[in-house]
Design a binder for this molecule. Structure first.
Ligand code: ADP
Ligand code: MG
Length: 416
């Protein structure tokens, strides 16, 4: 996932990880070779250690040729700005070289299997530095399969020890890798949240300033248009349209200004039935024009809701308008209200409209996100804000072409 973003920062991170890996790999490799094949046999000469002589067995000195031959290749890939493949190159080549080497040594002999290189520990334990699950699995499973392969081919139970060690090391690496990933994920989330807040703050300040300046001329414009309409009632069909459009500008400005200075919320006990009756009366006209019927189902007499009724009306007008606008060919909207747990009111609005695709779900409520020709992309943003101010929640359940169900959950009383 991370690799698909080839931004320079991530490229640098990968290069750093590759450098650390290369240093560790060669330091451990060289130390192991020196100690195991040259220092030990010399120290304990005559005590059975002389059998271990690297240059004469298996691939012999060719192993060094291959292992160190990878280094210029790694540098070349880093220079070509493609450090991502280096880690795979090393694990695949190491597995191949080691397997051939061991096959040459042990097949058709009765020597007991004693392979195992300290760099395998480096491979597994340091795999989390690349923060890449795919690589981790390739390393762990690759090394374990290698031992199982030799166990079967050589009919030797000695491989059990390295298998067990590999499993333990892999578990440790897996835990570390998971921590890394979850940490990065949270950081990303926090960043995203911050970015969104900053965006809102900037828009809010701008909107408040501009909105304020627009509202005054707008109200005189509306006043004069109305006056003109009264004066010449028969001359011009355009006055109602002009007034309607001025109202539209006004409502957009209001939505925008809501961000700049969230309004004072006046909580009072209100019947949800009243709010719904009001919004139905407002949206009736538009619904009728589009062949949409609205069915309301309210479960029993409900306790009054502590809310700012003016703002909640705005919420449900936004949601019902969206529902109507999604049903170009008409259909039915179902509004369902019920109280669950005695403390929470669930209000759902289900339409049979075009639905929302999964990729767009996170965009809902982003300022100016709209898919409509003359949408503003402000409705859901204001809706979200109002519901948040009411300590409520909103969720969207949508299937493309089948419709959308929007559920709003509000606490009945605000004093908890
Ligand atoms: P606007 O209605 O001005 O486009 P909103 O913030 O109200 O802005 O909605 C943003 C977008 O969310 C819409 O353009 C639409 O794509 C999508 N949307 C919201 N509600 C629904 C719904 N009930 N059905 C389908 N799409 C919806
Ligand atoms: Mg809308």
């Amino acid at each position: 996932m991370i690799e698909s973003h080839s931004s320079t920062k991530l490229l640098n991170e990968e290069t750093k990880a590759v450098r650390i890996f290369l240093w560790l790999f060669y330091i451990f490799y060289i130390s192991f070779e020196l100690i195991y094949y040259y220092i030990f046999p010399n120290l304990y000469r005559g005590e059975g250690f002389s059998v271990l002589s690297r240059p004469k067995e298996g691939l012999g000195l060719w192993s060094y040729f291959f292992i160190f031959g990878l280094l210029p290749l790694a540098f070349y890939l880093m220079k070509k700005k493609n450090p991502y493949t280096i880690k795979y190159l090393y694990i695949y080549c190491f597995l191949a070289i080691d397997t051939i080497h061991n096959l040459l040594i042990y097949v058709n002999t009765d020597k007991s299997f004693a392979a195992g290189n300290i760099v395998e520990v480096v491979f597994i334990l340091f795999s989390p530095i690349f923060v890449n699950k795919k690589y981790f699995w390739i390393v762990s499973i690759g090394l374990i399969l290698k031992y199982l392969f030799f166990g079967i081919v050589l009919q030797d139970a000695q491989v059990l020890a390295p298998v067990v060690i590999s499993v333990i090391l892999s578990t440790i690496a897996f835990v570390i890798l998971n921590r890394f990933e979850s940490y990065i994920h949270s950081l990303n989330k926090a960043h995203e949240e911050l970015r969104r807040k900053e965006k809102l703050a900037v828009i809010g300040q701008m909107a408040a300033a501009i909105g304020h300046e627009i509202k005054n001329p707008l109200s005189s414009l509306k006043g004069f248009t109305q006056l003109q309409q009264e004066r010449y009632p028969n001359t011009n069909d355009f006055y109602p349209i002009m007034i309607q459009e001025i109202d539209r500008i006004n409502s957009i400005v209001n939505d925008l200004m809501y961000l700049g200075k969230p309004k004072q919320i006046n909580f009072s006990k209100t019947n949800i039935e009243e709010i719904i009756a009001y919004i139905l009366s407002i949206t009736q006209q538009q619904a009728k024009q589009q062949g949409v019927t609205i069915e309301t189902l309210i479960a029993g007499p409900l306790a009054p809701l502590e809310c700012d009724s003016h703002q909640l009306k705005q919420v449900f007008i936004n949601l019902i308008k969206n529902a109507i606008e999604s049903m170009i060919e008409g259909g039915e909207i179902k509004i369902n209200v019920e109280v669950l747990d005695g403390s929470k009111m669930y209000i759902s609005i289900q339409d049979e409209g075009c639905g929302i695709d999964v990729e767009s779900l996170p965009n809902l409520g982003e300022p100016f996100y709209t898919t409509k020709k003359d949408g503003t992309g402000l409705g859901l943003m204001v809706t979200n804000q109002i519901i948040k101010d009411h300590n409520g929640e909103i969720s969207f359940d949508s299937r493309q072409q089948n419709g959308t169900k929007v559920t709003v959950i509000l606490p009945i009383s605000q004093d908890k």
